[in-house]
Design a protein around this ligand. Structure first.
Ligand code: GRF
Length: 200
């Protein structure tokens, strides 16, 4: 059985969606660790409720990004983690981290990449006036919101949408798309070829 670590900084609704898929045995893997860089992340509460081991690591306790990531890698190795799933983790991983886990780190982003990278994907799409936006699941590489794309889901922005109503629909789509992508990863059905991800 493969071991997953999920990294979160906040509410953890995507973590919950993955937990639910594991419980339903749609994802045949163990969530062996939930890590957060924020002590008040509700994701930690969700994990504890499910008796999943948690780790809180405060970036201010480390001298730089690489020392922080070295500490993470150490803990991932201890838990024999095979895959890392970023679910609302608000930190950029160092090239060192990516080298250690290349092709084994996923991220979800609330826009149709490469549009609207960064921390405000939903708000930026809305204020730009695009009519279609969505969700992207991708492998993580050294650049922000950049790695090869595994899956995307699109939705229409309505004239009446506010950031709240749009975010609700985006999150609903995320909760469907992310567990499906994690499942493909766990079942070893994804093959990276340059920028492209093929399904085996
Ligand atoms: C999601 O919108 C995800 O796309 C982005 O951060 C948000 C996390 O939400 N990377 P949650 O913590 O999973 O509820």
């Amino acid at each position: 059985m493969k071991n997953i670590a999920v990294f979160c900084s906040g509410y953890g609704s995507n973590l919950q969606a993955i937990i639910n898929s594991v419980k339903k045995k749609k994802i045949k893997a163990r969530i062996a660790l939930v890590l957060s860089d924020r002590v008040d992340a509700y994701a930690l509460v969700r994990a504890r409720k499910e008796k999943i081991p948690v780790l809180y690591a405060d970036p201010v306790d480390f001298k730089d990004r690489v020392s922080y990531d070295r500490f993470l890698i150490l803990n991932l190795k201890k838990k024999k983690i095979d895959y890392v799933v970023l679910a609302g983790f608000m930190r950029l991983m160092s090239p060192y981290f990516i080298r250690c886990f290349r092709g084994r780190v996923l991220n979800i982003h609330p826009s149709l990449l490469p549009s609207f990278k960064g921390t405000q994907g939903i708000k930026d799409a809305l204020s730009y006036g695009v009519k279609i936006t969505g969700v992207t699941v991708h492998f993580v590489d050294e650049k922000l919101d950049h790695g090869p794309i595994i899956a995307q889901g699109a939705l229409e922005i309505k004239a009446t949408d506010t950031q709240t109503t749009l975010a609700e629909r985006i999150h609903r789509l995320e909760h469907k798309l992310y567990p499906q992508a994690v499942r493909l990863l766990i079942e070893n059905k994804l093959k990276i070829q340059g920028r492209k991800v093929k399904q085996k």
